[in-house]
Each structure stands twice: as C-alpha cells, then as structure tokens.
Design a protein around this ligand. Structure first.
Ligand code: PPS
Length: 570
C-alpha cells in the first residue's frame, strides 16, 4: 500500500478559462469553425475539462495517439491506456488547418470549449481496435463504435473550457475531481476506496464494498458511471434511484455516492487501468477491481474477449506507477446454509450457494416473478419493477402488413375493440388510411414515400409502446427492410408482434371494396401494390392470417391468443 499523500492524486488539470477569459473566448468563438459534439465527445470533454483525465490537456495529437495505441503511454512516458480523440467528418476536417481555433458545441449549440487545432489525421481504425481492445471483432461495442459510429478523421489539440456541459438530473450527486478532493479533505477521509459500477447494486455488491472498505481501512466512494455504458444496460435514472436506496444502508458517515459522466468503452484491462487513473484524479486511494472488469461480453464466436482476471493482472503489473491501489474483488455469493454472503473462495462443498444472474433477474422482472430478499433490498427491487414492469404491464405494438383489401383494417379494428374490452391500457389504431390522412397527407406511393410513411408510423408506435400503451398499425408496408427497422426501433421498448395478413391477391382483387384494383388494372392508378408495385412477403411474422376463410372476429381472436401466450395480456 503506497503512502498517502495530501492531497492525494497529484496535480489536477483544470482546463477552464477564467470567467473574463471565457466571456471573451465565447465572443470570439462566434467566428470560429464550429463542431457539434456527439454524446460520447460531450462525456469525454467534460472529464478532460474538469481534470478527471489529468494529465491530458486536450484531445490527443497524433504522436501521443500512436504511443497510447501501441504502448499504453503518452509520449512523456506517463501511463495512459485509452486514446481520447476528437473524431470529425471529412468535410469538417477539410475546412480547418493546424493552428486554427474551433468551437465545440453541445447538442443545443452552446459552446463548451474551443480547441487549438494541432494534428489532423485519418487513423487506421483496425490498428486502433487491435492495439487498444486486442480485437477487430465488431461484437466488441467499442470496435463497433469505432467502425460504424465514429467519424473518419481525428483532430488533436489543446482545449480551453468555456462552460461545463449541462446536467439537469441529480445535480446534488455530481462532483468534479476538485470538489471531490475538497469533500474528502473536509471530512478527513484520508483513505478512500472507489467502487466502479454500471449496474444496479444488490446485497452482494454491498457486502463486497463493505468488506473492501474494512480490509483496507478506508471510506467508500460509490462511483457509478452515468455517461454511456453498455447498450442494453439499465438506464442511469433508475440506477441512481437504486443507489440512493442502498446508500442509506451503509453505516453512517462511511460512504459517499457520486456520479461519473464517463463514456465507457467496455475495454476490459485497459479500461480498468483508465478507471484507476480517473479515480486517483478524484482523490481516491484505492479502486475495487473485480472479475471481468468493464468486460464487453462475448465475441462473434461466443468466446470471452478477455480472461476474467486480465484486468487485475494488468493493474498488478503497473502497481508501482499507478499511485492508486487496486483492491481485487472476490465474488461474493450467498451461502443459504449460513444465511450470509461469503467470498466464493471461502465456500466449501458443504455450502449451498445461491446466485441470480443478470439474465435471470431480467427474466424475473419481465414475468413479474419473485426476487428473494437474500438477493436484493425491497426498495431496490421496487425501483427496478417501476421501470421494468412485467410484460402484462408493458406497452406493445401489433403491426399488420398485407395487400390492399387483405382485411388488415377490419381485423385491426376488431382487435382494438377486444383490447378495449379487456381494458388496462390505452389503445391507438394507426390504420393505413387514417395515417395517410393525418400524418402523411403529402406522401404518394413511391418506394421512398412508402418508407417514410412506415417510418413515421413506427416512430409514433414506438412512443406509444415506450409509454405503456398499445399501438395497432395496419399499413401495407410492402418492404422487408423497412418493417425490420420498425421492429428494431420498438423491440427494446416493449412488445412487437408482426401479423402478416396473407390473403392472396386474387381474393383481394375479387373483393375490390374500394374499386382500386379495377383502376390499377386499367392503369388509372399507378404503382399499385400487387399489380404494378412490389409486396415483399414477411418471413418472420409472429402470426400469419389468411382472411379468405376465417372471419374478422376469429382472426382478431388468434392475435389475442398470441398476445396472451407472449405474456402481454392476461
Ligand atoms: S404503404 O405502402 O404502407 O405506405 O401504404 P398505406 O399507407 O397502407 O396505404 C395504402 C392505402 O392507400 C390506398 N392506395 C394505394 N395502396 C397501394 N398502392 C397504391 N398505389 C395506392 N393508392 C392508393 C389503398 O386504399 C390502401 O388502403 P388499404 O386499406 O390497404 O386498402
């Protein structure tokens, strides 16, 4: 354990200009070329400006970038594992040169900082992926981001901070490194162990943090990431409410909760080292590093990207240089026979060990099943249940697709009435004709216009689903790719059930309720689906209904039965 220095953590960069300088710079920035920061860049810039990324004083220039990618160090020799780069479009890069000053704006157009442009270069992304993450497999979230979301050109240079990115949420829990050090100093916390997390905390986490703090005789900082975490994680609003409940369960005056607006890369060992340096900058003396710290999950062959203890090994290797001590985390499990949590390496053959995985927890939430007391605290579980209601309380979309005259609208109407009879959730019908009148009145029937029409329907349905309602859509939706996009937008927000109304063209044409087929055959209506325009048959619809032989009532009933089987109604 290294001797404690006061204040701990070494020199802290503060890249903000003084008030007067910032006012002048803001005025001058009106004439600078301007770059709108992405969500990740806003996270990075906040931590650059407030010193959490000390010793960096801006986005990396090319020689530092090369040194970090290849050797995990800046050119000065200081350990720095993660390339913090400003990625911009080719067009923007072409409009600036080294020595220029550029304005960096948040999503609302507020100038957060200016950058004195240093190097401008096109990185070899495969080399960056291999060097930093040890893989070019896009199943790794950071490699996916690098290849598909990040812009192609990097701009390095010094930053001049004008104002901190705005946060409207949990202001009372957001400390800068300087504020955090001040608080530790004021409270006399000479040794502080940080706990990094991107998940809700349950009893096992509390047990292990308490043990870690006791073992190294330190106070505890719960320091969850609230910037960008792994896609699919529990949203930070829910998590922070859970952390607030759990905080109340630590012995008084021992533990603090503060939020870290970091954009994680899920970079395993290198990310663990980055986390350690950041926590040192916040004034912590220790960091808990567990099994598979900042792990990205499985690669495209189903193998782990990193070994479970690679992160601990890397930190051990560089322990001398790090100026923050790792507390290796032993996984805590519940031994039912002892009615207590114990480190897994202290369990024996006689112990009956219980565990609930993240996947199992999500299943129990989705199905409204019991989550036992030994696993979590009731107020934490209540909080999770509020934002992860069981399926019968979630919103969902029923998306009918089929030819004109196939019976979509009639079945959709029957379904709507039956769902309203069941009650409990508001039901909205987005029928083809209704939408074309109220949402898409300017659109025709070209592929482009049909796609736009379906995208709009998908957007409205996604909002309804997100807010717990039922959306019934009944457009022709002739294109597979567009239907898939709608599915992918809605699926993470609730249920999505595609119903292919497969009534054959001959039957639809025979019915010809609106006389449109006759007009299409006569060439009076152009681009008519099934006659002079394509209909791509769905391959993965949850339900296929041919209304030639069955009534609308029975058709709607079949949809209800499916919704019941999936758990969306009961
Ligand atoms: S799409 O392709 O999903 O955007 O079509 P949609 O919004 O469902 O609109 C289909 C209704 O518009 C009438 N109509 C046509 N349909 C297909 N092709 C052409 N060219 C066309 N022109 C007008 C038709 O009444 C469709 O209604 P439904 O209820 O499907 O019969």
């Amino acid at each position: 354990m290294g001797a404690f220095k006061e204040p701990h953590g070494g020199e802290l960069k503060n890249l903000y200009l003084s008030e007067a300088e910032a006012a002048a710079e803001k005025q001058a920035a009106r004439d600078f070329p301007s770059w709108d920061l992405s969500e990740r860049q806003i996270c990075d810039i906040e931590l650059l400006l407030n010193g959490a990324f000390s010793p960096l004083d801006g986005f990396l220039n090319q020689d530092d970038y090369d040194a970090v990618v290849d050797g995990m160090r800046l050119t000065s020799g200081v350990l720095w594992p993660m390339p913090i780069t400003l990625d911009v479009s080719q067009a923007f890069a072409d409009s600036i040169s080294g020595g220029d000053r550029i304005a960096l704006r948040d999503l609302e157009g507020v100038v957060i900082a200016t950058l004195e442009v240093g190097d401008i270069w096109t990185p070899d992304k495969a080399r960056e992926a291999e060097g930093v993450y040890g893989t070019t497999d896009e199943a790794h979230p950071a490699v996916h981001y690098l290849n598909n979301i990040a812009n192609p050109v990097y701009v390095g240079g010094r930053l001049f901070g004008i104002e901190s990115p705005t946060h409207y949420d949990f202001k009372h829990l957001r400390e800068t490194p300087e504020e955090m050090r001040d608080r530790f100093r004021k409270l006399g916390w000479r040794r502080v162990v940080a706990f990094q997390t991107r998940n809700p905390m349950h009893r096992a986490h509390q047990e292990l943090t308490l043990r870690a703090a006791r073992d190294v005789e330190a106070n505890l900082l719960i320091h969850p990431v609230v910037g960008m975490t792994k896609p699919g994680d529990v949203d930070h609003f829910t998590r922070v409410r859970c952390y607030e409940h759990i905080l109340a369960r630590y012995p008084e005056q021992t533990t603090m909760l503060s939020l870290l607006p970091l954009a994680m890369r899920m970079g395993g060992p290198r990310e663990a080292m980055w986390h350690a340096i950041i926590r040192k900058n916040y004034g912590c003396t220790h960091l808990i590093v567990g099994r598979d710290h900042a792990g990205p999950g499985k690669d495209s062959k189903g193998e782990d990207f990193y070994g479970p203890y690679d992160a601990q090994e890397l930190l051990t290797e560089h322990a001398e240089e790090l100026d923050i001590t790792m507390v290796p985390f032993r996984m805590m499990v519940y031994a039912e026979n002892r009615a207590q949590y114990v480190p897994i390496d202290e369990t024996g053959d006689d112990d009956h060990v219980l565990n609930i995985s993240g996947t199992e927890l999500r299943r129990r939430l989705a199905e409204g099943l019991d989550i036992p007391d030994w696993f979590s605290f009731s107020d934490v579980v209540d909080e999770l249940r509020r934002t992860h209601p069981p399926r019968h309380k979630q919103g969902f979309t029923v998306f009918f697709t089929g030819l004109s005259g196939s019976g979509k609208s009639t079945v959709a109407n029957a379904l709507m009435t039956k769902l309203m009879e069941i009650g409990g959730r508001p039901v909205t019908l987005l029928d083809g004709d209704i939408v074309r009148k109220n949402l898409s009145s300017e659109l025709g029937f070209s592929k482009e216009h049909r796609d736009l029409n379906i995208t709009r329907i998908g957007y409205v349905a996604s909002e309804i689903t997100k807010n717990g309602g039922i959306a019934i859509c009944a457009p022709i939706a002739p294109y597979t790719a567009t239907r898939r996009n709608v599915r992918e937008t809605i699926k993470p927000l609730g249920g999505f059930v595609e119903v292919h109304v497969s009534t054959p063209l001959e039957v639809c044409e025979e019915r010809d309720r609106k006389g449109l087929y006759a007009k299409a055959r006569a060439g009076i209506i152009k681009e008519f689906t099934g006659i002079s325009d394509p209909y791509e048959e769905p391959e993965n619809a949850e339900i296929v209904l041919d209304t030639t032989e069955i009534s609308p009532d029975l058709s709607a009933h079949k949809v209800l039965v499916k919704l019941e089987a999936l758990g969306y109604i009961r």
